[in-house]
Design a protein around this ligand. Structure first.
Ligand code: ATP
Ligand code: MG
Length: 270
């Protein structure tokens, strides 16, 4: 029985098929022994196609035989497969960017059958957890999601419109000029945990969008496909990114189960 496994810096993703359908499973990479145990208790003689930065940790801990697959190739392969399955390739075109927001962020360019890693950033899902913890003391992922959805993060920022207060700005006044830059307002007003986390979410969303959009501009494509567990259940982050991508003249695509792209690509690599 075949399995695709993506052992990421934070979460391990497992995919396999039952008939015509994908089955999905996610577990924390910190509990790598539980991942091994789960596979052993659900499969007889599994053939594991493994990818992700912590694939080596799994192979060290597990007695199961594995075939290692390159993470970036697997990710892009999986994205293409999901786009095709959902009938979205006609909308993205064959040239598009993939922005994978995991613990960190990686940006890829897919052009037909070829893939290229364009760049990345240390600003990612891990940043959301870390800055939220520093600012509020919260370390529960679901709690962080809920708090962030109920705050007004914009108030901690300075917009282009704030700076160009007495004339028409040369670029959209709605663009953020400085995330967390509004120190004078911070001194005058008090902000809640909700506001802090909301501002963190906004900074991460805007930073990630900017990188992908700039790469898209350079590589002459309009489509940016966003994947990674950082988006799962996170509608506010998706809204910010969608809005900001469109404000920058590009199209944003979010894939259901997009965070399983690496595992799917590994699975498909036969
Ligand atoms: P990388 O690809 O950078 O090695 P990864 O593959 O583990 O990391 P993802 O699984 O795509 O990364 O995303 C991890 C991020 O998803 C976390 O940083 C966090 O923001 C978010 N996340 C979503 N669900 C959870 C969860 N249950 N527990 C922890 N983080 C979660
Ligand atoms: Mg990953």
């Amino acid at each position: 029985e075949y399995l695709g496994v993506d052992v990421g810096g934070t979460l391990s993703k497992i995919v396999y098929t039952t008939g015509d359908y994908w089955e999905y499973k996610k577990m924390p990479t910190t509990q790598i022994n539980a991942v091994d145990h789960w596979i052993n208790s659900h499969f007889n003689n599994p053939v594991i196609h493994i990818t992700g930065g912590k694939a080596g940790l799994f192979t060290q801990k597990s007695a199961l035989p594995v075939k290692k697959i390159n993470e970036f190739e697997a990710t892009c392969e999986g994205v293409r497969w999901l786009l095709e399955e959902k009938g979205l390739l006609s909308r993205t075109g064959s040239r598009f960017m993939v922005t994978n927001v995991g613990t960190g962020t990686s940006i890829h360019f897919v052009n037909g059958d070829s893939y290229e890693r364009i760049g990345g950033s240390g600003v990612g899902g891990g940043t959301l957890l870390g800055l939220s913890y520093l600012l509020t003391g919260e370390d529960n992922y679901d709690e962080i999601l809920t708090l962030g959805q109920n705050g007004k993060g914009e108030n901690l920022n300075i917009t282009v419109g704030d700076i160009y207060s007495h004339e028409v700005p040369p670029i959209s006044g709605d663009l953020t000029a400085s995330n967390f830059g509004n120190v004078s307002r911070m001194k005058e007003e008090s902000f809640s945990k909700e506001d802090y986390i909301s501002a963190v979410v906004r900074m991460i969303g805007e930073t990630i969008t900017t990188m992908g959009v700039q790469a898209a501009e350079r590589l002459k494509t309009d489509s940016v496909v966003y994947i990674g567990s950082t988006f799962s259940h996170h509608d506010t982050l998706k809204d910010i990114i969608k809005g900001y991508t469109e404000l920058r003249g590009k199209k944003a695509f979010f894939l259901e189960h997009g965070e399983y792209s690496g595992a799917i690509g590994a699975f498909l690599n036969k």
